[in-house]
Write a protein that binds this ligand. Sequence first.
Ligand SMILES: C[S@@+](CC[C@H](N)C(=O)[O-])C[C@H]1O[C@@H](n2cnc3c(N)ncnc32)[C@H](O)[C@@H]1O
Length: 367
Amino acid sequence: MTIATAEHIINAGFDEHRAEQFAERMVDMLNAGCTALMISIGHRTGLFDTLAAMAPATSEEIASRAGLNERYVREWLGAMTVSDIIRHTPETATYQLPSEHAISLSRTSPADNIAVFAQYIPLLGAVEDQIVHCFRHGGGVPYESFHRFHEVMAEDSGQSVVAALDTHILPLVPGLTDRLEQGIRVLDVGCGRGKALNCLAGLYPASRFVGYDFSREAVDYARREASEQGHHNATFQVRDAATLGEGNERGTFDLITTFDAIHDQKDPLAVLRGIRAALADDGVYLAQDIKGSSHHHGDRDHPIGPMLYTVSCMHCMTVSLAQGGEGLGAMWGKERALDYFSKAGFGTVEVNELAHDFQNYWYVCRP
Ligand SMILES: C[S@@+](CC[C@H](N)C(=O)[O-])C[C@H]1O[C@@H](n2cnc3c(N)ncnc32)[C@H](O)[C@@H]1O
C-alpha cells in the first residue's frame, strides 16, 4: 500500500510502518462494514436460516429453498465466501454455513444471533444525509425518520431482555417473582413493541401490566400481540413519558421498568422524576441501560464501543436533540446515570451486570 508522505509529516517523526499498519486496519474496516451490510441482508431474507438447515448446496438449490432470486443469492454467496462466513467447494459448486457460524447468524439460536444487530448499520445509514445536515446546522433527526426502528429494536431486546427476563433479570430483585405471582401493578416506560411486558403478562396472570410509548406504531403492535396472545392483564397507551407521575398517578405502581428507554429522552431527568413519583413507597424501579463509562477513555476497551457510540450519535442522541432535548446519548455512562437517579429522588441504587449481557447495566433503584 502506498502512503502519501508530506514533508511536514516526515519531519514530525513519521513512522512508516505504523502508517501502513493503520491503512491496512482501515481497509479491514471497509471490508467489515460491507460484510455487515450483507449479513443484514442474509438475516432479513432468511438466507442464514435456510443455509443452517441445509447440507452443502448449489446457489440454485439455496435460492429455490429460500424463495429468492438466484442471481442475487449467488452474488451474496460470493460476498459470504470471501468474508470467510460461508464455506464454498468449487469442485461441486456448493456452499455451506458451518454450524459453528450458524449459531451466531441464524434464528436457530434466538438469544445469540449477531445478525440481528447488523441491521442497525443499514438502518442508521439510511439517515446519513440528515445526520450530516445536523453536523453542519445542529438539531436532530426525529424518531419517525428511522424506518424499521421498532422492528429491529424489538428483535434486539427480544434477545437481550425478553429471553433472559425470568432466568436472569427478575431475580435481580429479591422477592420480586413472589410479588408478581401474588399480583402487583407494573409499568414499562418506553415499552416499544411491548415484547417484555407481554412476556411478563403471560408469566404472571395475577399482576396488571401497563406499557407507555409515544410511538403509535409501536403501541398498536404491542396491543395486537397482547390480544393475539390473550393477555387481558396487559394494556398499552400512546403516552409521553414526560407526563408521568402527575395527579392521581402518584405512587401507583409497585414495579416500574425501563428497558433502554432513558438516555434518548428529551428530558431524561424529568422522566426519572416522574418514575419516582409514580412508584409506590415500597416499589422498585428496574432500569436497563447501556453499559459504559461517562468518559470516552473509560470505554476504550468496551467490546462494542464503536458500535454503541455510532448508534448513540446517529440515533439516541439525535432523536432527543430533534425534540429540542438534552441529547444525552446512549453512552451517558454509569457515573452520570447514578447522578441522575440520585437527583430524581432514588435513595438506593444497585448496579448489576449479567454474565450473558456485555451491553447493559441493570440498575435496581428504590425510593
Ligand atoms: C430504544 S427504544 C426501547 C424500546 C423497548 N423498551 C425495547 O427494549 O425494545 C426506546 C423507546 O422509548 C420510546 N420513547 C422515547 N421517548 C419517549 C417519550 N418521551 N415518551 C414515551 N416513549 C418514548 C421510543 O418510542 C422507543 O420505543
